[in-house]
Design a protein around this ligand. Structure first.
Ligand code: SF4
Length: 172
């Protein structure tokens, strides 16, 4: 007759259910993160005006839960770089990125931030991804407010697919 061990059963059920529990925890945490992004606005040129339009009442970024604009990297988790970045600004941008705690996400807002834009010269950074990692690129000169909101939604989609089991959440 087959002998059954309760202990073994419990253990295997624990193993079987562990990923499911983690998935539920992921879903809850990701949902909270998605709809409570705190943007740090690194605005240096005209694209920053478009960002201001997004934050104002007509486009109303608060519909996406991202209206708590911070001016301290220590209180933010979404870096939005809007405008031209000169070589002199590059180390400052890097420092601000480093001061934002994980988890953090980055939007390159506008052609200048994405690729240097029309400024193909010695003093302009040819894309902020040469200094910091970028999650979403929003092209245009300037991009419309709707385009930035679309970028924000893409960040939310990225967050949806993340897991607390990712090495980035363990400080690795
Ligand atoms: S992409 Fe165009 S609008 Fe935006 S900062 Fe550069 S020049 Fe200005």
């Amino acid at each position: 007759m087959e002998e059954r061990s309760t202990e073994l059963g419990l253990e295997s059920s624990r193993i079987l259910h562990a990923p499911r529990v983690a998935n539920v925890v992921d879903a809850i945490i990701n949902w909270c993160r998605e709809y409570s992004l705190w943007p740090y606005a690194f605005g240096t040129a005209c694209c920053a005006i478009e960002f201001m339009a997004v934050a104002a009442s007509h486009y109303d970024i608060s519909r996406f839960g991202a209206e708590v604009i911070r001016f301290s990297p220590r209180q933010a988790d979404l870096l939005i770089v809007s405008g031209t970045i000169s070589e002199k600004m590059a180390p400052i941008l890097r420092k601000i990125y480093d001061q934002i705690c994980e988890p953090k996400w980055v939007i390159a807002h506008g052609a200048c931030a994405c690729s240097g834009g029309i400024y193909d010269n010695y003093c302009t950074v040819q894309g902020i991804d040469t200094i910091i990692p970028v999650d979403v690129y929003v092209p245009g000169c300037p991009p419309t407010p709707e385009a930035l909101l679309d970028g924000l939604i893409k960040i939310q989609k990225i967050i949806e697919g993340e897991s607390i089991r990712d090495p980035k959440y363990r400080g690795a």
